[in-house]
Design a protein around this ligand. Structure first.
Ligand SMILES: [Zn+2]
Length: 350
């Protein structure tokens, strides 16, 4: 990976594969031995200059690359990078009208009446159709766009799947010098993330998640999914700014998303927290010189962080109670246990 860039992996939709195979056959996509440090396996392809120089984001799920139309979840980028790709595509990029208000409405919990109105507004936006956008409206913050490094775009074929790798100049990190705290972050769905360091903690905003009414069209569902993702991303970005301001070391859980029995894996992808946990947190931390450590998460939610040793406890809703009577927010307890586990590993090493 080139210095001072971030890269992001976008899964390409299956209906794009025949075009990609034809582009390989015609030499528009050239196999290369480049080691992208993105995936351990897979064949990397470098698009011809004619493709690289002609890339624009057509809408949230479509990238035009010369004569290739690549569809996939292109909206799954952090706010800074997403702003950059849209800004570089203005004049071509199309968006449904009113999405900024629809996004803002999701940033706080909603009543069921408000949910009904929200769905009506989503349907209305879809009915009006995508229109040429004049700016970036699916991010909560106003970001200074950095360079979208079109020259570095690559494709990877791995097994039955294709992935698009997009590169961006590292967004400026206007957050001040590196802190000293060892910060543990527990991830979940409600809340998406909880950080704890010393006696302090930080939690992502409580977001609205309007339940999908029966019988919505594919277009309405697709826009709702993009909006829910954008709201979760906004909450995680705000959380990151606060947490990294104090951090010298960031301690994250080692999670194997395939190992979850529940639907956590799929939902955490839809709600941006999987992307944050797997990619963004590390990239943002490293940009500021903050170390990232991953520790095993086993039992961190069932052990008391206030007791010496490892006293078990029980959870009721968001409340954790240990056998010795300590009562705490369950997510803060888990985040503190990640910090404890980090220190345990450190003393083991020494
Ligand atoms: Zn205890």
């Amino acid at each position: 990976m080139p210095e001072h860039t971030t890269h992001h992996v976008v899964r390409v939709d299956r209906n794009t594969y025949p075009q990609l195979r034809r582009a390989v056959a015609s030499g528009q996509l050239q196999p290369t031995q480049e080691n992208l440090d993105v995936m351990a396996q897979g064949q990397v392809y470098c698009p011809a200059d004619t493709l690289l120089n002609a890339q624009t984001l057509v809408h949230d799920r479509e990238l035009q690359m010369g004569n290739l139309t690549v569809t996939g979840e292109l909206y799954r980028l952090p706010e800074g990078e997403y702003s950059s790709i849209i800004t570089a595509s203005l004049g071509v990029y199309r968006q449904y009208p009113g999405v900024q208000q629809l996004l803002t409405a999701l940033l706080t919990p909603m009543t069921s009446t408000a949910e009904t109105i929200w769905w009506q507004d989503v349907r209305m936006a879809v009915a009006q159709g995508r229109q040429l956008a004049s700016g970036v409206d699916l991010t909560d913050e106003r970001w200074t766009p950095t360079a979208w490094r079109r020259d570095l775009t690559r494709l990877i074929e791995l097994g039955d799947h294709w992935f698009l790798i997009l590169y961006f100049a590292q967004p400026p990190h206007h957050l001040g010098p590196r802190g000293r705290a060892v910060v543990g972050v527990d991830i979940g769905l409600r809340p998406l993330a909880t950080a704890a360091w010393g006696q302090q903690h930080e939690v992502t905003w409580g977001l609205a998640t309007p339940a999908l009414p029966v019988g919505e069209s594919a277009e309405v569902r697709a826009l709702a999914q993009i909006l829910n993702y954008a709201a979760a991303r906004a909450a995680l970005e705000a959380f990151t700014v606060l947490v990294l301001a104090d951090a010298g070391t960031l301690v994250l859980e080692q999670l194997d998303y395939r190992g979850f029995k529940s639907n956590f894996s799929a939902v955490s992808r839809r709600r941006a927290v999987a992307d944050w946990h797997q990619t963004w947190a590390r990239q943002r931390a490293h940009a500021r010189g903050i170390e990232v450590e991953r520790v095993p998460a086993a039992y961190t939610s069932q052990t008391c962080s206030q007791c010496q040793g490892s006293t078990r406890g029980t959870r009721q809703g968001r409340e954790f109670t240990c056998l010795h009577g300590h009562v705490m927010d369950a997510h803060i307890n888990a985040a503190r246990n990640l910090v404890r586990r980090y220190w345990g590993q450190q003393s083991h090493v020494q």
